[in-house]
Design a protein around this ligand. Structure first.
Ligand code: SF4
Length: 160
C-alpha cells in the first residue's frame, strides 16, 4: 500500500517494525481470522489471542532487553505473508489512533525511512487517497484503532 513511497528493499533490510521490545508489544499487528489462519498454516506454533474481533499474538512476559520477533518474519526473506500481511503492517509506519473520540492518523518515529521525509510529503500521500482507505478499513475493523500515544506525531485528523 505504501509502495509508491517506501522501497521494499529498505524494509527487507530494516525489519525494525517486525521485532518488538517489551514496551512495544501493544504495537504488534492485529490479524483478521483469514490472515491468522494463513499464518497458522505456515507457522503452526504461533499463539494468538482474540481481541475486539481481531487477533493479536500471545506474547509471553519479556524481560528488559528481550525481544519478540514476529513469527511471520523470515530474517533472510522478510515477511512470509507477502502482500497478504495484516492491514497494520501494510500501512506501517502510519497508525490510526483514537484521540478523545476522534480518529487520527499518526506516524511512528521508528521508521526512519519515512519519518525523516518532509511533513508535507507524508501528509500529501495521506490526502492522495491513503487516509480514505485507512478510515474505510477502520470502519469495518475498529480493532486496528489504537489509543493515542503522544510519541506519535499527528498527521491528519478525521473530519467531523
Ligand atoms: S506480519 Fe509480516 S510485516 Fe507484519 S510484523 Fe509480522 S513479519 Fe512484519
Amino acid at each position: 500500500m505504501l509502495k509508491k513511497i517506501l522501497d521494499n528493499k529498505a524494509c527487507a533490510k530494516c525489519q525494525l517494525c517486525c521485532i518488538f521490545e517489551r514496551y512495544e508489544v501493544w504495537e504488534t499487528p492485529v490479524f483478521t481470522e483469514e490472515i491468522k489462519n494463513k499464518l497458522l498454516k505456515l507457522r503452526p506454533d504461533t499463539k494468538f489471542i482474540s481481541k475486539d474481533g481481531g487477533y493479536i499474538f500471545r506474547v509471553e512476559k519479556l524481560d528488559e532487553g528481550q525481544l519478540f520477533s514476529c513469527p511471520a518474519l523470515d530474517k533472510q526473506k522478510g515477511c512470509i505473508l507477502g502482500d497478504e500481511k495484516p492491514f497494520d503492517c501494510r500501512i506501517w509506519p502510519y497508525r490510526i489512533m483514537n484521540i478523545e473520540g476522534r480518529r487520527a492518523i499518526t506516524i511512528s518515529n521508528i521508521c526512519g525511512e519515512l519519518f525523516n521525509r518532509p511533513l508535507s510529503e507524508l501528509v500529501s500521500f495521506l490526502k492522495d487517497g491513503l487516509a480514505d482507505k485507512i478510515f474505510a478499513y477502520a470502519d469495518s475493523h475498529p480493532e486496528i484503532i489504537k489509543e493515542y500515544d503522544e510519541m506519535y506525531p499527528v498527521l491528519l485528523m478525521e473530519k467531523k
